[in-house]
Design a binder for this molecule. Structure first.
Ligand SMILES: Cc1cc2nc3c(=O)[nH]c(=O)nc-3n(C[C@H](O)[C@H](O)[C@H](O)COP(=O)(O)O)c2cc1C
Length: 186
């Protein structure tokens, strides 16, 4: 059954079929913000009919079979000291060595306290590592109009109501990311 795009974008409406497309999210979340935004991304992905699973590496082991059979991998991190957390860096550098990541679509997102907190650096840390692994990278894009997402979505937990307002952007990012996977791999 054809399902609507979560972002309402007509340009993707022809690609939104459930074709067994899988997308994995690997995040580190200590106090829950990064995990909650990962859930919003999954909500956006679900609108395209693709299947998505979140692995918070603080609590669970990552399912290698699911990731190996996924078309896309999205990494989420809190911003610590204006960069990504060491747990994500370790997962990318060591724990995922035996995973089949080359050729998949990759993306990254961050949560942080402050607008000048270094979240863009955190995202670029991750995107650089995905490139090293031979992955394609996707930002969410400015070309689709609002919301403009330059490197990846960000939610700030200490800037007025930015965190709650960000939820929709994360859903749209999920929809755009899954639609891009469908275009590339289906
Ligand atoms: C040790 C530590 C360092 C942090 N460093 C930064 C930082 O450099 N910039 C920033 O904006 N927020 C910083 N934060 C705030 C976190 O990035 C923010 O609260 C994030 O949403 C937490 O994610 P989580 O709830 O998924 O664990 C830091 C938090 C901790 C605990």
């Amino acid at each position: 059954m054809k399902r609507g795009c979560a972002d309402g974008s007509p340009s993707f409406s022809c690609a939104c079929y459930n074709l067994g497309m899988k997308i994995a999210l690997v995040v580190y979340s200590l106090t829950g913000h990064t995990y909650e935004m990962a859930e919003e991304i999954v909500n956006g992905i679900a609108g395209t009919g693709a299947e998505a699973r979140i692995y918070n590496i603080k609590d669970v082991d990552v399912d290698k079979d699911f990731i190996d059979s996924s078309s896309g991998l999205i990494i989420g991190t809190p911003t610590y000291m204006a960069g990504c957390v060491w747990q994500i860096r370790k997962w990318l550098e060591e724990d995922s060595k035996s995973f089949s990541l080359a050729g998949k679509l990759g993306g990254a997102f961050a949560t942080a306290h402050y607008a000048q907190g270094g979240q863009d650096t955190a995202i670029m840390d991750i995107l650089g590592q995905l490139l090293v692994k031979g992955m394609l990278v996707y930002s969410g894009g400015g070309a689709f109009g609002l919301p403009i997402i330059h490197h990846g979505p960000v939610a700030l937990d200490k800037e007025e109501d930015h965190y709650e307002r960000s939820r929709e952007m994360f859903r749209i990012y999920g929809s755009r990311f899954a639609s891009e996977c469908l275009k590339l791999f289906s």
